[in-house]
Design a protein around this ligand. Sequence first.
Ligand SMILES: [Fe+2]
Length: 395
Amino acid sequence: MTVPLPIVTPLAHPSSGPSSLSGLGATVTHLDLAALFDPAHRTPGKARSTPQFKALEDAVYRYKVVVVKHQDRLAPEQQYEVVKAFDPAAQGEQGHNNATVEHKGQKSLLFGIGNAIGTHPEVKLVGGGIQSERFGGRVLKQADHVAYHKHPLSETEREAGLTRWHRWHMDAALFRTSLPLVTSLLCLATPSISPDGVRNPRLTVRWDDGSGLEMEVDAGSTGFVAGTAVYEALSDEERRWCDERFVEYAPWPYQWNGPTRGNSNGLGTFDEPDNTMPLDDLPPWDPADVKTYPLVWKHHRTGDKALMVHSVAVRAIHHPPSGTSITSLSEIRSRLAALQRKAFVPERICAHAYEVGDLVIFDNRAVYHSATDYPDRFGTRTMLQAHVAASFDPK
Ligand SMILES: [Fe+2]
């Protein structure tokens, strides 16, 4: 029997806002990943070489954010095999390695972002509210912006329907292991639908950075912005500046920046002195584990140039031709924020509104993403997240 190829449909209106310029997003239908990666029928290696998987892989690299519909029955073991199939040489370690551990009483910046589900360490439960019996009925607190932004919205503003971009980022440990090629998020419950099955009102994301920008999203949406768009939004002079620079990430980056707070638009660290952990207080590290990446990446598959940097974890910007470096955190923060800011506008953002059963797979080396939070009374959010550390670093 011939299995039909999946149908890939570009999102005509990929965002809940005016996103005609984002160039992101496609839905994939007629693909049953639970059947394709069913160990009773074929090995993961065989699944990877099927035309169905190749079509999915092509779609992810072409559209950068792909929504595979109706994947409710995908088991965590299979979700893990799907992301690993994008990088068969990967060792299979979870993409954040041990970046989330607490040290000397200081919580990592990634504290609470992913919860173990007991069956597969590379697949994490992400969300908020009362979880189903499958996850022990536990109650999760959503990782909202209130605990992270220096100047969060008030409770009254949040109840009135306002929200923020939590933190624009790539999924990466930025230390010891290489950042994952793709991330997948399987939606099992969404706060866009109330516990009574009624659609909740949409929320307004406010930038609160003096720009006056705002954008409507469905509750619990994830926003995406292409790194190519960030690069293209630069002036010629800025592009030349970026092309020659490398960023050095801190050792134990999320323990180092654990005490820091974010800007209201979700981009970068709120600048205040002495708010990182002193290097001497971090756990011991091997200098070979520190990551230094170009500021501009050439994509391993498409060859596209993208400005990709997780600015909250950068400790130095190097310019090899002149042998000079910027090490003032204040200057690093303001420079990177200025370079990135132009592309983080509503028309460049694809804000996916989840439906139960959506498996979103995104190109983690081509897009930034950010969560949005929502009033707790909207209901439960349940997502299973999977990514694995890659077999090579970006270049
Ligand atoms: Fe993430």
